[in-house]
Write a protein that binds this ligand. Structure first.
Ligand code: AMP
Length: 282
């Protein structure tokens, strides 16, 4: 397994692989890897000759009051996970290597980034789209793997790839959960024991929303009220949003009909966690 810290190293290696006719699967991550990330690597391993994983805590996708400085990092352990998953190359740049002095070019999007996490994190998706575009240009993958855990991100990247003609297949992978239902996340490391228990309200409310939608409930307000009441029962939880949106436009809907996404963002203490139903038919 190769560890590359610079864009030039990745480019040279990718050029060689392309010459040999090899297909490349890219898994972009911010590190502190868990089984959710590993599931993306496994899928990439199955579908490509070469698997590239990027590990980069991308500063421009964090707001000024967010957790950039405290975001958990453990490159040594991440490297072991990648080795175990049969990764060929880890791209682990430093921020200065990705954003040279006077960097001022961004990729942005309307509509899909207006709601859900875009509301409370107004510059987040611009940062995500910009770094993912850069990674697409650097690693030149045939396929790129993203988790449904970040359903809005997946929808945004799919749309960006389509709109900007990236010749890359965007592959969405199901949410990997802990045994008790909590969606795996690097940010779960912030939770103390009591908060870890309280965090179960996210998956419980998502399960309930999914049950109601799949059971034929078409009144979005009724579904949201049931989901909210589960979260409100937990004193350590504070709702950022509970939303049912159209699966294509990610705009809120009153009457559930066709492909939809139920999604929540909840603060458990100081930690903001997200979960969603996946894109389901209502
Ligand atoms: P992150 O390191 O949190 O930026 O995540 C990197 C990629 O892993 C993103 O595409 C995430 O959606 C995906 N991911 C994170 N957690 C999970 C999970 N629990 N299940 C599946 N994919 C995940």
């Amino acid at each position: 397994m190769i560890t590359a810290n610079t864009v030039a190293e990745v480019r040279a290696q990718v050029k060689q692989w392309k010459k040999e006719g090899k297909t490349i699967g890219l898994v972009p991550t911010m590190g502190y890897l868990h089984e959710g990330h590993a599931s993306l690597m496994k899928r990439a391993r199955e579908e490509n000759d070469i698997v590239v994983v990027s590990i980069f805590v991308n500063p421009i996708q964090f707001g000024p009051t967010e957790d950039l400085a405290s975001y958990p990092r453990d490159f040594h352990r991440d490297s072991e996970v990648c080795q175990r998953m049969g990764v060929d190359l880890i791209f682990h740049p430093d921020p200065e290597g990705m954003y040279q002095e006077n960097f001022c070019t961004y990729v942005d999007m309307d509509v899909l980034t207006e709601q859900l996490c875009g509301k409370s994190r107004p510059t987040h998706f611009r940062g995500v789209q910009t770094v993912v575009s850069k990674l697409f240009h650097i690693a030149a993958p045939d396929r790129a793997y993203f988790g449904e855990k970040d359903a809005q991100q997946l929808a945004v990247i799919r749309r960006m790839a389509r709109d900007l003609n990236f010749d890359i297949e965007i592959v969405g992978c199901p949410i990997v959960r802990e045994e008790d239902g909590l969606a795996k996340s690097s940010r779960n490391a912030y939770l103390n024991q009591e908060e870890r228990q309280a965090a179960l309200v996210l998956s419980r409310s998502i399960r309930e929303g999914k049950r109601l939608i799949e059971g034929g409930e078409t009144d979005a307000a009724a579904v949201k009220a049931s989901m909210r009441s589960i979260i409100a029962s937990e004193p350590l939880a504070r709702i950022d949003y509970v939303e049912i949106v159209d699966g294509d436009s990610l705009q809120p809907m009153d009457t559930i009909n066709g492909l939809v996404l139920g999604a929540v963002a909840v603060y458990i203490g100081k930690t903001r966690l997200i979960d969603n139903t996946g894109f389901i038919e209502g």
